[in-house]
Design a protein around this ligand. Structure first.
Ligand SMILES: [Zn+2]
Ligand SMILES: [Zn+2]
Length: 132
């Protein structure tokens, strides 16, 4: 189950628009082949998987909101717990300012969110497509 959402800024002087995926978990997301991982992150994950055993695993596409710079970005959200007690979490930082103050933003919360570019509370959902 997943969804695709398109957003744009209502401010006429601002050209911000973006498309995001949300959900899409399951067998599509096999570590370390998770789509959208940075190659360095993938290498780090591959190394962990070689030496440790996965106990639980959770991954899906998600939308993140940076509390520092206001950036919105789509990433695979990954949480792995290893038998050895170690964990792997992704993402941990904003794709724009590298700050770690990021939180998941659900599609529902995007309407009226401050625009990452002009900072006005003018984001608008243009389409939202659901699929199984
Ligand atoms: Zn940021
Ligand atoms: Zn804007």
């Amino acid at each position: 189950m997943g969804s695709g959402v398109g957003i744009r800024c209502r401010n006429e002087d601002c050209a911000y628009q973006e498309e995001f995926l949300e959900g899409v978990g399951g067998e599509y997301m096999v570590p370390p082949l998770i789509p959208g991982l940075h190659y360095k992150t993938r290498a780090r994950l591959e190394k962990k998987l070689k030496h440790q055993t996965m106990k639980s695993f959770d991954a899906s596409q998600a939308i993140y909101h940076c509390l520092s710079c206001g950036n919105l970005f789509g990433r695979p959200s990954v949480y792995i717990h290893f038998e050895e007690g170690d964990t792997f979490t992704y993402p941990t930082r904003c794709s724009r300012c590298r700050n770690s103050r990021i939180k998941k933003a659900g599609v529902k919360n995007l309407e009226g969110t401050p625009c990452p570019d002009c900072k006005q509370k003018s984001l608008h959902i243009t389409h939202h497509i659901l699929w199984d």
